[in-house]
Design a protein around this ligand. Sequence first.
Ligand code: PBG
Length: 335
Amino acid sequence: MMFPEYRPRRLRRTEALRSMVRETDISLDHLIYPLFACPGKKVKEPIGSMPGIYQMSVDQVVEEARQAFDLGIPAVLLFGIPEKKDERGSHAWLKSGIVQKAVEAIKKAVPDLVVITDVCMCEYTSHGHCGLLKGAKRAKKGKARDVQVDNDATLELLQKVALSHARAGADMVAPSDMMDGRVGAIREILDENNFDHIPIMSYAVKYASSFYGPFRDAAECAPQFGDRRSYQMDIANSREALREATLDMEEGADILMVKPGMPYLDIIHMLRQEFALPIAAYQVSGEYSMIKAAAMNGWMDEAAIVRESLICFRRAGADLIITYFAKDFAKGLGN
Ligand code: PBG
């Protein structure tokens, strides 16, 4: 009998050996925790399709942010559910808007927590699309297919939103709308207003994915007609991701994000090979809900699955991970 000389199992014999040769690891330093701010006081409204996640009024968001920070999570990503929606999404850039108020309150209470804001129109528009509409009148007559999201007109609004977030004290802005040219437009307005030190984490590679379903309950932003396929990416494409990421880098993005996360590890890996910028992965609402649902049924070990999923993101090449599990994971790590 011939035995092979090299046996990979030799280095798997004990945990000490395994950890000495481990190639990737996960720590809290890489995690970003999403939060949903809504109007009112002492509101903590559970989101049905995302057990453990809530819409929270500003006072509660501050509490949640403080807890996350105390557990060792370095950053939060803020979304807002406004008091009122309209066709132009005008509450998105109000000085006293929901995200603006939440940023101010968090920065006051927990100054060292990194506060990142999602920049998009869909939570603020009555139609639920991520930008201004062209041809909306025709849509009212039932011809929804004539309606287009007006890319360039939307850029001006996104500039206003990003600037209002920076003025409120945001440490970083994260445009998720997928309009062409938005990173450059936002970089320009921030620089003109002495916010040249504020980084942009761009949702560079964002697919038109069904994994966002539960988020649309959470942020109340499902499109009222049509879908987002005219601005978000085709799930069947990967070279297109390189084109999107290249543009965003050229326009001044500081961090490139891929979204969703786990079904798109190939894209994270590809971006890691091609770009020197930090890469973020978003483990989105649908990924969270699937794991939670299985865990609640006793079908899978939640803590083990969460840990594995986070390590897989790191192995694929993600520096940062946005995850609704951030707090749970932090608690588990402490044990
Ligand atoms: C807003 C936005 C969405 C998500 C983040 N920002 C929804 C969408 O594009 O429909 C999804 C996040 C998640 O599913 O957790 N444009």
